[in-house]
Design a binder for this molecule. Structure first.
Ligand code: SF4
Length: 439
């Protein structure tokens, strides 16, 4: 253990962007109170592990991470989604100091205080104005709500995180402004259902800089657009209300990019999944969006081999893919999640059939994605540089969200820095990525 008077905390952050956001809040609070964050187990006085509990593999990874922290350090506080299932953590690791659930900054801080009293003089000036970020400095996640009012049968997030609780719009906008002021060039708006922002508050009026602003997606996006940086919307459902945001994209005020997790296209399967907006005419809606904003890029995720999925229903999904011509797609074979309602559905699809369908699905989409990228050859695009090294740079255009989409490779990247916007001419494409030359 360290001889330094400043208490030292090790931090392990697992799981999705929403968890990353929670980690950033805890880290910011720790630094605000004068704790030091250290990168090794050996240097730490105690370790906080922020866990994920979404699927069984994530539970295993989280339990392993807790085990490693216990072995290497011995003093461990567990938080995050798996923390909501305290008995799972305590059964595997009875020696952890404390277990808290997700988005529980205050509870984690209380446990840290109990183990390691906070230093007397917090060095507030050590904290950058946008708080501590786990993402590179030039992009940041902006979480607008917690929890979810839907009850998709394959998902246990509502039982882990509860019903939708929207953050006050004034808080969200102040945070966004602080991030932009701290040099962030791209904000990634996240939640479980961004289109539902404010529903729980009946879209009530909040205040930003003394001005009234409605707690609603449209007003949120209008305000974020004023920051003059990239704003990217994730987890939006194809509700009619989303139509109002598309003209802002057409005007270049926010990125013409929507992450819409469709998950399937067969009405019967969508109903069995209890998906939000399952009764909407999605193809018609996509067509309408593209009429208003031809540059719109759509990303989505799908589940194949959901219980009861017949060959005919899977074909409906492939037909949808062909018709919808989505730009970016991720897909998974259905796997049961402990505690999910879908586990009780009849007619599970065998693993061989699932894998065969997944491969066929990805084949169809790879051709679509490749053709859509090929259509960009010769065009000029503004890209945001993420990484540089060896004279090359990795960047992203408006069509690429970090970590989940493709990239734009720049061979002549000398002189570029992460966070730079640069205009490139697209010279090459493959199934997922582009190559560009600075202009
Ligand atoms: S919309 Fe469905 S999948 Fe997404 S968090 Fe809510 S219940 Fe889960």
């Amino acid at each position: 253990m360290s001889a330094s008077p400043l208490p030292k905390i090790g931090f392990v952050s697992l799981g999705c962007p929403k968890n990353t956001f929670d980690s950033e809040r805890i880290l910011t609070q720790l630094r605000a109170e004068g704790y030091l964050i250290v990168p090794t187990y050996q240097d730490a006085d105690l370790v906080v592990v922020n866990t994920c509990g979404f699927i069984d593999a994530a539970v295993d990874e989280s339990l392993e991470a807790i085990g490693e922290a216990l072995r290497e350090n011995g003093k461990v506080i567990v938080t995050g989604c798996l923390g909501a299932r305290e008995s799972v953590v305590k059964d595997a690791h009875p020696n952890v100091l404390a277990v808290t659930g997700p988005h529980a900054t205050e509870a984690v801080m209380a446990q840290v205080h109990a183990q390691l009293p906070k230093p007397h003089d917090p060095y507030q000036d050590l904290i950058p104005p946008g708080g501590l970020k786990l993402t590179p400095r030039h992009y940041a996640y902006l979480k607008i709500s917690e929890g979810c009012n839907h009850r998709c049968t394959f998902c246990i997030i509502p039982s882990l995180r509860g019903d939708l609780v929207s953050r006050p719009i004034g808080d969200v906008l102040s945070e966004a402004e602080a991030l932009a002021g701290a040099g962030v060039k791209e904000l990634l708006v996240i939640s479980q259902d961004t289109s539902a922002y404010g529903v729980d508050l009946k879209y009530r009026l909040g205040f930003h800089k003394g001005r009234p602003v409605k707690t609603r997606m449209l007003e949120l996006v209008q305000e974020l657009a004023k920051l003059g940086i990239w704003v990217r919307l994730h987890y939006v459902y194809p509700y009619p209300s989303v139509d109002e945001v598309i003209p802002l994209m057409a005007q270049g005020l926010v990125l013409p990019y929507l992450d819409v997790p469709f998950q399937h296209a067969s009405p019967a399967i969508l109903k069995a999944m209890k998906r939000p907006a399952h009764a909407e005419n999605t193809l018609r809606r996509i067509e309408k969006w593209r009429e208003i904003c031809p540059d719109l890029v759509l990303r989505s995720t799908f589940i194949v081999g959901f219980p009861g999925e017949t060959e005919a229903e899977f074909d409906e999904l492939l037909d949808f893919l062909e018709a919808a011509q989505l730009d970016r797609v991720g897909a998974f074979a259905y796997s049961p999640v402990d505690g999910a309602a879908a586990n009780a559905l009849p007619d599970p699809v065998g693993e061989d059939i699932q894998q065969d369908r997944l491969a066929r699905f990805m084949d169809v989409q790879a051709d679509i994605s490749a053709a859509r990228l090929k259509a960009r050859l010769g065009s000029e695009m503004t890209v945001l540089v993420d990484e540089v090294g060896g004279g090359r740079a990795l960047a992203r255009s408006y069509a690429d969200a970090p970590e989940i989409d493709g990239v734009v490779h720049i061979a002549q990247g000398r002189g570029l820095k992460p966070g730079d916007f640069v205009k490139v001419k697209i010279t090459r494409s493959d199934d997922y990525d582009l190559w560009g030359k600075p202009l």
